[in-house]
Design a protein around this ligand. Structure first.
Ligand code: PLP
Length: 403
């Protein structure tokens, strides 16, 4: 008898880890070395958490043998609540915090607790595709709103408004954004939040890159700008604190919640059903958020991330027909390949061709739910010589891809 996958998966895509990655694995198995700039995973590029965070985890390993409170250990939830207070979100306590095995788990839980079949959620295009995949997994419908490349990838508020229907339940904001690197202006944020206010939408805001801003760009936390709205803010240790493998994130509930007691009970039910998040990793949260591990030294001029961003951007935009908004935040460049110069019918196939010809692994733009095939995403976590090598290979490849 055939074992088939559940019908509910038929609509679920996560192409950024699909056929392109499978091809990379095949090439590696055949003995080829691949340059991988496809994943926002800091540690393999030598960007590691400071030793004192790790030593705290080691110190507590003996206390981590049992299940914790389903929402996570108190000290870590307290540390998250305090960090929110510091960022201008008033009235947050440990009971408003759910810890999870990465933001990924919390994204799925927050949607599972919310969506009935056919319910709609507004999601940016391009997006971090787990959001769209998880909405579909829960029987909902991801309705994409346009982010405007001409306006540094800020969401197009008129388009967002035009996508709202009777079925819309929630608005997803990803700020700073993956894959575009946009950091939303205060005005954009106020516009988005006003739409949520007027249409009674739950705000789901993914702020995992909140500390990763360049050139003085300012991140405005949604929860601080809209204390009158129910906001679920997601963040974690994977990026700023370079601990992606720890699988440790948080979800913070802010704003009025009397009207949402039923939903929050559902969220708690799901938290209980998975018993608790991984306990050892929770012990990294307090020392990390306690200020002992900043990331600002990597973001300032002379800092690795800032230099790598600038270098990669300069090299990329020197390739004929390649333009790119300089990212104000996060870890990615999302360049556009001029369709007049490059004929790209299938950008996923183009990434496979790039792998085959140049042994370079990048991600195709349509994998981020962009409706066109003219973008790709490059992670700039690698040191400058690796970026040089990679972008040189991309330039050679693209020269052969011109019309
Ligand atoms: N949200 C965004 C916008 C991301 O870019 C990522 C990872 O790249 C995640 C969530 C997943 O984070 P975590 O490692 O905490 O599951």
């Amino acid at each position: 008898m055939q074992v088939a996958q559940a019908g509910r998966l038929s609509n679920v895509r996560y192409d950024i880890r699909g056929p392109v990655l499978r091809r990379a694995r095949q090439l590696e198995a055949a003995g080829h070395e691949i340059i991988k700039l496809n994943l926002g995973n800091p540690a393999p590029f030598g960007l590691e958490a400071p030793p004192d965070v790790l030593s705290e985890v080691v110190k507590h390993i003996g206390d981590s043998q049992g299940y914790s409170d389903a929402r996570g250990i108190y000290s870590a939830r307290h540390a998250v609540a305090q960090a929110f207070e510091r960022s201008g979100v008033a009235g947050i306590g440990p009971d408003d915090v759910f810890l999870g095995n990465g933001v990924s788990e919390l994204i799925v839980m927050s949607l599972q607790a919310l969506l009935d079949t056919g319910d709609e959620v507004l999601v940016p295009s391009p997006d971090y595709p787990l959001w769209t995949g998880a909405i579909n997994l829960c029987g909902g419908r991801a309705v994409h709103y346009r982010c405007d490349e001409q306006q540094d990838w800020q969401p197009d508020l008129e388009h967002v408004a035009s996508r709202i229907s009777q079925r819309t339940r929630a608005l997803v904001i990803i700020n700073p954004n993956n894959p575009t690197g946009a950091v939303y202006s205060r005005q954009t944020m106020l516009g988005l939040l006003d739409l949520a206010r007027r249409h009674n939408l739950l705000v789901l805001t993914d702020e995992i890159y909140d500390q990763i801003c360049y050139d003085g760009a300012v991140h405005y936390p949604a929860a601080a700008l809209a204390p009158d709205l129910l906001v679920l803010t997601l963040g974690g240790l994977s990026k700023t604190y370079r601990l992606a493998g720890f699988r440790s994130g948080w979800l913070v509930v802010s704003g009025p919640r009397e009207h949402a007691a039923d939903y929050l009970d559902g969220l708690e039910l799901l938290a209980n059903m998975r018993l608790c998040p991984n306990v050892p990793a929770q012990h990294a949260i307090e020392p990390a958020l306690g200020g002992r591990v900043g990331i600002s030294h990597l973001l300032q001029p002379g800092g690795r991330l800032r230099d790598q961003r600038d270098h990669a951007w300069q090299r990329l935009t020197a390739i004929p027909g390649v333009s790119c908004v300089l990212p104000a935040g996060a870890l990615y460049l999302f360049p556009r390949l001029d369709p007049d110069l490059y004929r790209i019918d299938d950008d996923e196939q183009m990434m496979i061709d790039l792998l085959d010809q140049q042994h370079l692994l990048l991600s195709h733009g349509s994998g981020f739910n962009l409706p066109t095939t003219d973008h790709l995403r490059l992670v700039f976590l690698a040191p400058v010589p690796v970026l040089d090598d990679a972008i040189g290979r991309l330039a050679t490849f693209l020269a052969g891809y011109q019309r």
